[in-house]
Ligand binder design. Structure first.
Ligand code: FMN
Length: 208
């Protein structure tokens, strides 16, 4: 088949059949789960194989993060991609020595760009919207990784100042989540969820 011709896939609705970019071709080659399968398949995996994550997978993950909604479409976040094993080990130490992080061939550090959102929305942008932008981008990245069979674990426990220093982040960037990404080396038991009736309620309450 001519690699420039990309069949439209219903499971990748943002695929453009006209631009024939390398990334879109890579996406087409990667077998992906459907949406609800992906949502239910995602779980925190804390053991990774000693196997690299290919550039096309990484690009697909970042591309998914780039599709996340953001306040005013400012996309007030940046992702630092760390592949250097020495740096990953150092970051791991700053994550209160959560040793499994160092097994991952790549760690993504999602940072809120407080100034970018703050310039438009003031304190709300600095303190809330930029953090929300970075957080939802992390979630999209995590689901994209899952859809391709990759494993991740959301890391929120770290010394923020240490991460900022290690990655030489600009003052306005605030690390809000880290994602080690790798091929899974364990199948953890699924953790239970609260009942829907506990987390959602109608307002005003339905009368009996
Ligand atoms: C904000 C946040 C912070 C988290 N921080 C960590 C962490 O530092 N280390 C870790 O191993 N897991 C961390 N997790 C993963 C949770 O423990 C996990 O999502 C939760 O137990 C549910 O399990 P599941 O992801 O397998 O469904 C974090 C998750 C979130 C959303």
């Amino acid at each position: 088949m001519n690699p420039q011709v990309i069949p439209y896939s219903h499971s990748i609705p943002q695929l453009c059949i006209e631009c024939a970019s390398e990334l879109h071709y890579a996406l087409w080659k990667i077998k992906m789960m459907d949406f609800f399968q992906t949502i239910h398949a995602r779980q925190s995996v804390r053991a990774y194989q000693a196997k690299p994550v290919e550039a096309e997978h990484l690009e697909a993950i970042l591309s998914a993060a780039n599709q996340a909604p953001s306040a005013g479409n400012l996309q007030a976040f940046e992702v630092v991609v760390v592949r250097d094993p020495g740096m990953i080990q150092t970051l791991t130490n700053a994550c209160f020595n959560q040793g499994f992080v160092a097994q991952a061939p790549v760690v993504l550090v999602f940072c809120a760009d407080t100034a970018r959102s703050g310039a438009k929305y003031g304190a709300m942008g600095e303190q809330l919207y930029s953090v929300q932008d970075a957080t939802i981008a992390t979630a999209y990245a995590q689901l994209a990784a899952t859809a391709m069979g990759l494993a991740t674990c959301w890391i929120g426990a770290y010394r923020e100042e240490d991460i900022s220093k290690l990655l030489e982040l600009r003052a306005e960037l605030r690390p809000v989540a880290m994602l080690p990404v790798g091929w899974p080396n364990e199948t953890p038991p699924r953790l239970p969820r609260r009942a829907l009736g506990e987390i959602a309620r109608e307002y005003p309450p339905a009368r009996a």
